[in-house]
Design a protein around this ligand. Structure first.
Ligand SMILES: *[C@@H]1O[C@H](CO)[C@@H](O)[C@H](O)[C@H]1NC(C)=O
Ligand SMILES: *[C@@H]1O[C@H](CO)[C@@H](O)[C@H](O)[C@H]1NC(C)=O
Ligand SMILES: *[C@@H]1O[C@H](CO)[C@@H](O)[C@H](O)[C@H]1NC(C)=O
Ligand SMILES: *[C@@H]1O[C@H](CO)[C@@H](O)[C@H](O)[C@H]1NC(C)=O
Ligand SMILES: *[C@@H]1O[C@H](CO)[C@@H](O)[C@H](O)[C@H]1NC(C)=O
Ligand SMILES: *[C@@H]1O[C@H](CO)[C@@H](O)[C@H](O)[C@H]1NC(C)=O
Length: 568
């Protein structure tokens, strides 16, 4: 269930007093039932330790949003003049009143809190389930999910003292769930590959993608231009698999090329080859392999509290605080939009906006629909997160086909699983308003009531996503998914950044105002054929211009480098 602001407002005033306490409590967040797939198996053990984040409202997020557009819109005089972490913190830090109210409340309950975001807007406390139940009038319970090992501790409702509620955005983890992330579909690769014509319509390799989008093969040179690759849910990438992959598919670069590793929330760099994961192998092999010479950093985020959404938040905050921030972040994971409550979704999205304002391009998979198992199904036109956020770039999936294929026209259509649609959490941002209105007008009312016509439309762009050959634990596999498209688009942006930095320019940062500008969209290949899974026979179709299957289209490196003002 989605907790809308109007619903939230309705709860305020329905005050309840906690036993033995005269402070009026108000319900702060509530949902009718757990996210899809989770089953309540009873009260959580009283003594279980919870790491709860208390997020305070920023003093001026609207100010930061203005700054984000001022530095990200190519038509702005301040384009490229990204903010420092200190400048961002000025907008994001809570007001003195908020901080005082929360601090005094915590002191009164003898709870110590640690700021875990650089602006001090998120505090972390560690308390037991029984303390949390009494402090927040909550009922923390254990939930099981068929695809999650162990249990997830959540409550369907919690309250805050009436005087505190207006200062607090959310407590997490509490009422937000995150179901297992989208994973690419995989199957063993055909063993016979001699003589090759892996026509790129059947089998995607590094050389296919380099050719499809005209990605440079001369290595990049800027050592500060880091491409961050997210790793969640115990997905590890293996150095030996990468070595074998490069030997086979990228013989012109050193097979000993490695990726750096950054660990968070108990993340690990497990190099036991059997523990290599499909998603992590795909993401690492198609960034190191495509973005030759770009330093790639694998950011491994652990699963504290079975809390994927919290891991996303912690990751973004760690990068905001970092002095060696990636210029591009490639994240091939996500969840269903309505797993998260609106305040938590907004918190995560606003953290991404901060990263964008500092000059990092955040790219996220739009999600796979219509695929059985650990993916988003087609029960409704179900938006995905965090690619629903207007301040990130959502990447959908495309496919190369043989029909109409010529030497000069590779014939690219939307992949059958490429999710897209319109957010129920976030409004249509200005940069895509005309595209969204036009697309919806052309629907002539088809699907009315099944989607939010004033929501943020996604994806923004797309890239090849079908039958990528990868090596996992010494075996070849073919994988498909929008999670394959993200490292491709991320590599393209990293190469552009390398050239920009070499030319004394700033990296691209938050991409969408550029991509949706006339000059940006002209540098993309509009994909006009394809349909997303939707439900059964229905689903949004691709068409001329932006559409919620392939966005504005796939990259053309030559045109993009011209569009960002690089000289031939
Ligand atoms: C931010 O980084 C500094 C320097 O590395 C560190 O001391 C501090 O604890 C970090 N702050 C947060 C909130 O992570
Ligand atoms: C759960 O644990 C088992 C055994 O350790 C492992 O094989 C499986 O992959 C795990 N499942 C998930 C979803 O992590
Ligand atoms: C990119 O666009 C240019 C100009 O339209 C075109 O000549 C070139 O073939 C395209 N590159 C690729 C790889 O499609
Ligand atoms: C192939 O070309 C025909 C004729 O122009 C067109 O009708 C059809 O849609 C094209 N197929 C694809 C997949 O683009
Ligand atoms: C390339 O293929 C698309 C899709 O079939 C078609 O609409 C377009 O006219 C073709 N362009 C050229 C230059 O052949
Ligand atoms: C909507 O109507 C226009 C004009 O009649 C038509 O060209 C278009 O194909 C229709 N769109 C859909 C999705 O049916």
């Amino acid at each position: 269930m989605i907790l809308s602001f109007s619903l939230l407002a309705a709860f305020i005033g329905c005050a309840a007093a906690s036993p033995g306490d005269s402070v009026a409590m108000v319900v702060h967040e509530q949902r009718a039932r757990p996210a899809r797939g989770f089953v309540n198996i009873g009260p959580a053990p009283d003594g279980e330790q919870l790491h709860l984040r208390i997020a305070l409202h920023s003093n001026d997020f609207a100010g930061l949003e203005d700054e984000l557009y001022a530095v990200s819109d190519p038509s702005s005089p301040r384009y490229g003049q990204h903010l420092t972490q200190k400048q961002v913190a000025r907008y994001i830090k809570p007001s003195d009143d908020s901080l005082a109210a929360v601090t005094s409340w915590l002191r009164q309950h003898e709870i110590s809190a640690v700021p875990i975001s650089p602006a001090g807007d998120i505090l972390q406390i560690q308390i037991t389930v029984s303390q949390a139940n009494s402090l927040f009038n909550a009922q923390f319970s254990s939930f099981s999910h068929p695809d999650i090992n162990g249990t997830t501790t959540r409550t369907l409702q919690y309250s805050l003292p009436a005087n505190l509620s207006p200062h607090i955005s959310y407590i997490h983890p509490a009422t937000s769930f995150s179901t297992p992330f989208a994973m690419p579909k995989s199957r063993p690769a055909p063993t016979k590959r001699d003589g090759i014509d892996p026509s790129c319509a059947d089998l995607t390799t590094i050389s296919c993608v380099l050719a499809e989008y005209g990605i440079p093969t001369t290595p990049a040179t800027q050592s500060s231009n880091v491409l961050g690759v997210s790793g969640f849910i115990n997905q590890f990438a293996n150095f030996l698999d990468l070595r074998d992959f490069l030997t086979q598919f990228r013989p012109d670069i050193s097979p000993t090329t490695k990726f750096d590793v950054q660990l968070l929330d108990g993340g690990a760099n497990t190099q036991v080859r059997q523990f290599a994961g499909t998603e992590a192998s795909l993401d690492i092999q198609y960034t190191v392999g495509l973005a030759a010479g770009v330093p790639v950093r694998f950011i491994s985020v652990g699963l504290l509290n079975n809390d994927d959404a919290g891991g996303f938040l912690d990751q973004i905050n760690a990068l905001i605080n970092s002095t060696s921030r990636p210029t591009v972040l490639s994240t091939s994971y996500g969840f269903g939009e309505d797993d998260l409550t609106l305040p938590v979704a907004e918190g995560l999205c606003k953290a991404n906006a901060q990263l964008g304002a500092m000059g990092t391009s955040v790219l996220l998979a739009s999600g796979d629909g219509g695929v059985a198992g650990r993916s988003f199904d087609c029960t409704t036109f179900k938006p995905t997160a965090p690619s629903n956020c207007p301040w990130v770039t959502s990447v959908g999936g495309s496919q190369i086909i043989l029909e109409n294929f010529t030497k000069d026209n590779m014939s690219e259509i939307g992949a059958s699983f490429s999710s897209g649609g319109f957010s129920n959490h976030f409004k249509t941002p200005r940069y895509q308003r005309r595209d969204v209105e036009q697309y919806i007008a052309n629907l002539n009312g088809t699907y009315d009531g099944l989607y939010n016509p004033s929501g943020r439309g996604f994806p923004d762009v797309s890239a090849q996503s079908v039958n990528f050959e990868i090596i996992v634990n010494d075996q070849a596999y073919l994988v498909s998914g929008t999670s394959a498209a993200v490292p491709v688009f991320a590599s393209v942006i990293s190469f552009l950044n390398d050239e920009l930095i070499t030319a004394g320019r700033r990296p691209l940062g938050f991409l969408n105002p550029f991509l949706y500008s006339p000059i940006g969209r002209a540098a993309l290949n509009d994909i006009t054929v394809g349909r997303n899974p939707g439900c059964g026979t229905s689903g949004f179709s691709a068409g001329t211009g932006w559409d919620p299957v392939t966005g504005l289209g796939s990259p053309n490196y030559t045109r993009l480098r011209k569009a960002v003002g690089l000289r031939p």
